[in-house]
Ligand binder design. Structure first.
Ligand code: NAD
Length: 447
């Protein structure tokens, strides 16, 4: 067990901090966002993530978890400091490291004895070394200012990339397929083993390697998953042309142990806070190292095209988008999250509106996020109170996110509410034969 500071209290920092506290560590989560910390202190969870509020409440009550905006205080009190700030994409696709640098420099300006600094943010290969440099620079600057004090503290940097999935983040953190540690000293190894003792006892696979490999594992894993999704999306598109059903194709492919069934569900393209930015960042690293990743480059392009392909499918079926009213179910990039970062719905709705359509949308959790991200088309989007509210007088129903509550709609009622019974099932959650038997024109992906 250890005392821990987590710098950055977003999706990853809050989940990691709460779960590390649940493992018995004492954790302080730090953020620069005062409103976020205030609301956490008041017992409110700023994001929608199943199970998170219970873990937070339990560990706050046990006095193992607290929240602050005072980074220095949290760093001083901690043996191990996690960096879990955002690494958003820059204009050229590379990861913007300004928040990581700020966190590292704050650590360098604060520590006065040995610390383990753990990078949990997804960062370009080589960032671990940069974090070391930034901390060392701050220590050196302090040494210059007060030459009599000893500031030549040792510290270690560990890379511990995070693989949790939004929507099942708490479960994933507590039951990871593997924990990756880029680690270079026995002292740091000992500290990490103490922190993750519960997972060692569970016989979770731990992979220890150097900093660069740990950083690469995260990007390579996300890029591979993005490629897999994009592969089945392109196969789905081809299925449509040649009369094959991608559902049967994917099911049979997935039975092959070398392929596996996961991430073989075609849809409107991947989104979220990770795959789009991580594929771009990895492609950028590859280009800069003169070792291009053509598969990843092609995936990025194909994914953009896939979102707009959904718009083409709607336009083809409805004739023109002009004056059409569309009921849209699901805005988040996947179910069980309110995260709208790079959600396919953003590009799809913008294109539908620019083609002349009006949107009536509903998402169980993401409408607040969606409304500010879609401000530019605000006049053309109405946010509704429930799934059936979207459908009255609409020309078609478009399913963009497969929330469970959209899987079991009363299709007879849907048909009664819609002006024309057209179902764009872009997550393939309905049975074509059943929908057609009820009188719907059914348009899925790859079927
Ligand atoms: P986020 O945007 O939800 O949270 C980042 C937080 O860091 C924000 O609250 C921000 O205010 C805070 N912050 C920024 N600078 C700070 C500073 N100097 N001091 C204190 N707080 C600061 O981001 P996220 O989704 O949690 O992602 C964080 C990292 O984890 C990224 O590198 C991401 O790629 C990676 N990651 C994310 C996921 C995911 O599913 N979201 C999964 C695995 C890895």
């Amino acid at each position: 067990m250890a005392s821990i500071a987590v710098i950055g209290t977003g999706y990853v920092g809050l989940v990691s901090g709460a779960c590390l506290a649940d493992f018995g560590n004492t954790v302080t989560c730090v953020d620069v966002d005062e409103k976020k910390i205030e609301s956490l202190r008041a017992g409110q969870i700023p994001i929608f993530e199943p199970g998170l509020s219970d873990v937070v409440a339990r560990n706050v009550a046990a006095e193992r978890l607290s929240f602050t905006t005072d980074a220095s205080q949290a760093i001083q009190a901690a043996e191990v400091i996690f960096i879990a700030v955002g690494t958003p994409p820059s204009d050229d696709g590379s990861a913007d490291l300004r928040y990581v640098e700020e966190a590292a420099r704050t650590i360098g300006r604060t520590i006065d004895s040995y610390r383990v600094v753990v990078d949990k943010s997804t960062v370009p290969i080589g960032t671990g070394k940069l974090v070391k440099k930034w901390i060392a620079e701050e220590l050196a600057a302090r040494a210059l200012q007060s030459p009599t004090s000893d500031l030549s503290h040792e510290f270690d940097v560990v890379s511990n990339p995070e693989f949790l999935r939004e929507g099942s983040a708490v479960y994933d953190f507590m039951h990871p397929d593997r924990v990756v540690l880029g680690i270079e000293s026995d002292k740091a190894r000992e500290a990490m083993r103490a922190i993750y003792r519960v997972l060692y006892l569970n016989e979770t696979p731990f992979i220890e390697t150097n900093l660069e490999s740990a950083e690469m594992i995260k990007y390579a894993s996300n890029a591979f998953l993005a490629v897999k999704i994009t592969f089945i999306n392109e196969i789905a598109n081809l299925c449509e042309k040649v009369g094959a059903d991608v559902k049967a194709v994917a099911t049979a492919m997935g039975k092959d142990g070398r392929i596996g069934a996961k991430f073989l569900h075609p849809g409107p393209g991947y989104g979220g806070s990770c795959f789009p930015k991580d594929t771009k960042a990895l492609a950028d690293i590859a280009r800069k190292n003169d070792s291009p990743l053509k598969v990843v480059e092609a995936t990025i392009l194909a994914n953009e095209a896939q979102k707009l392909r959904m718009v083409d499918k709607i336009e083809e079926a409805l004739g023109s988008l002009k004056g059409k009213k569309l009921a849209v179910l699901g805005l988040a990039f996947k179910p069980n999250t309110d995260d709208m970062r790079e959600a396919p719905s953003l590009a799809i709705l913008a294109a539908l509106v620019s083609g002349g359509a009006r949107i009536k949308a509903y998402d169980p959790e993401a409408m607040k996020e969606a409304s500010w991200r879609l401000q530019a088309i605000d006049d053309h989007v109405t946010y509704c109170a429930g799934e059936y509210d979207t459908m009255k007088d609409a020309d078609a129903l478009v399913i963009l996110t497969e929330w469970n509550q959209f899987r079991n709609l009363d299709l007879a009622k849907v048909k009664r509410l819609l002006k024309t019974p057209v179902l764009f099932d872009f997550r393939n959650i309905y049975d074509r034969v059943q929908a057609e038997a009820l009188g719907f024109a059914y348009i899925g992906v790859g079927r």
